[in-house]
Write a protein that binds this ligand. Structure first.
Ligand SMILES: O=C(O)C1=C[C@@H](OP(=O)(O)O)[C@@H](O)[C@H](O)C1
Ligand SMILES: C=C(OP(=O)(O)O)C(=O)O
Length: 424
């Protein structure tokens, strides 16, 4: 795969970057719309590999999906009784975990497969939970087949969700349509990415679903009932915004992101506080314009990223540019993301002459002078954006397969080059 020379800036960036919709909110809205009691319109839909796979998967199972030809981010979703079909999950966690639960409500066999690399991502927890809830499934990882009978009994189920919050979100999203709803008990090490479960609960409530969660983050109940059709307006993707805001921090420059929500369930919003801890200054105007201004020198941090693991590649790249040693903890579960992100970040930062060490649950990174080199991405969109961040400060960083950013941000290269002032 070809390499892309990521832009190097001698000064600082100064840009306004408008981000497309959130992957996480889009794929939840699409599932809820497909299971709702009437048609829904989703506006600001992210159109990227992960979300297009969700659209295609729902359509393959019988849901009516119509994108406005004049504005593909405006999508009409018309629920229909689900039937069997073939679903490609790509490398999308939200598709491989959320959709099988909806497919259990179908009449017929739903066959799931995905990228080679997706076959090793943790998945059996959600399939075992479905089995416990009365669903017949062949397989424990991709590829597998859900034998839907048109109904799921549901009821109590105990799972270990310490490898991914998506196991809980997956069950919650479809459970109102189970005959007995669901009562999930988590048993195991703490659940990562908790704000993503809060996002699921929040969206279920918006769709009129009765859902309860205990304060200790170990059990959730969804009562059986209908899911209301909702016209969903998707917020910009704040996790994708993080890499651009981090560019301001890395270069002592300024990046603004319009339409930053005043309140949000997206964990990506936490990037602002993290950048402030590293020395940046942030403000949000009444018009929703969030601006980050970078410091002359980046300070190291000691941060528990368990809730915001998705931000790790961005933060790790920044700490490799900071003056001092940073410790990132609480992120052992990143070994089951698109790739083993702890190993990948260590390998690639060190390949550029950096000083990164893996621990049991994270990374220890010391900022040292870096050199040119090829940054491998392991089919991971966030590895590509992390390498690009280093490329702003280190001349000659080439990103292998930058196209992997299409997973959640197909326009990444042009947006990044425009921000850096190198767009042709
Ligand atoms: O539910 C979601 O939309 C997500 C949950 C998180 O997964 P994990 O809990 O596996 O970290 C996050 O990292 C992923 O990018 C999106
Ligand atoms: C972990 C991620 O994705 P997925 O939804 O595929 O788990 C991510 O986008 O950082």
């Amino acid at each position: 795969m070809s390499n892309w020379l990521s832009p190097y800036v001698t000064g600082s960036v100064d840009a306004v970057v408008d981000l497309p919709g959130s992957k996480s909110i889009t794929n939840r809205a699409l599932i809820l719309a497909a299971l709702a009691d009437g048609p829904s319109r989703v506006t600001g839909t992210l159109r990227s590999r992960d979300t297009d796979l969700m659209l295609a998967g729902l359509a393959a199972l019988g849901t009516g999906i119509t994108a406005d030809p004049a504005d593909p981010t405006s999508v009409e979703v018309t629920p229909a009784p689900l039937h069997g079909g073939s679903v490609d999950c790509g490398l999308a966690g939200t598709v491989m975990r959320f959709l099988p639960v909806a497919a259990a409500l179908a009449t017929g066999d739903a066959a799931f497969d995905g990228d080679e690399q997706a076959r090793t991502r943790p998945l059996h927890t959600v399939l075992d939970a479905l089995r416990d809830l009365g669903v017949s499934i062949d397989g424990d990882s991709l590829p597998f087949t859900v034998h839907g009978t048109g109904a799921v009994t549901g009821g109590p189920v105990t799972i270990d969700a310490s490898a991914s919050s998506q196991f809980v979100s997956a069950l919650l999203l479809s459970a109102a349509r189970f005959t007995d709803g669901v009562q999930i008990t988590h048993s195991g090490a703490p659940v990562p990415s908790m704000p993503h479960i809060d996002m699921t609960v929040d969206m279920l409530r918006t769709a009129g679903v009765h859902v309860e969660a205990t304060a200790d983050n170990t059990s959730w109940t969804v009562y059986p009932g209908s899911i209301s059709a909702v016209d969903w307006a998707i917020e910009p993707d704040l996790s994708n915004a993080a890499a651009f805001l981090a560019a301001a921090a890395a270069t002592g420059g300024r990046v603004s992101v319009p339409r930053w929500p005043s309140t949000t369930t997206q964990p990506g919003a936490e990037i602002v506080g993290i950048l402030e801890r590293m020395g940046a200054v942030a403000s949000r105007g009444d018009d929703g314009l969030l601006t980050v201004t970078g410091p002359d020198v980046l300070s190291p941090i000691d941060a528990d990223l368990r809730d915001v693991g998705e931000l790790t590649p961005t933060i790790a790249a920044l700490t490799a540019l900071a003056h001092g040693t940073s410790t990132l903890r609480g992120i052992a579960h990143l070994r089951g993301h698109e790739t083993d992100r702890l190993a990948a970040l260590t390998m690639e930062i060190n390949r550029l002459g950096g000083d990164c060490r893996e621990t049991d649950d994270g990374l220890v990174i010391t900022g040292v002078p870096l050199r040119a080199g090829v940054w491998q991405t392991y089919a991971d969109h966030r590895m590509a954006t992390a390498g690009s961040l280093l490329g702003l400060r280190v001349p000659g960083v080439e990103i292998n397969n930058v196209g992997t950013t299409a997973k959640t941000l197909p326009d990444f290269v042009s947006m990044w080059e425009t921000m850096a002032g190198t767009a042709s």
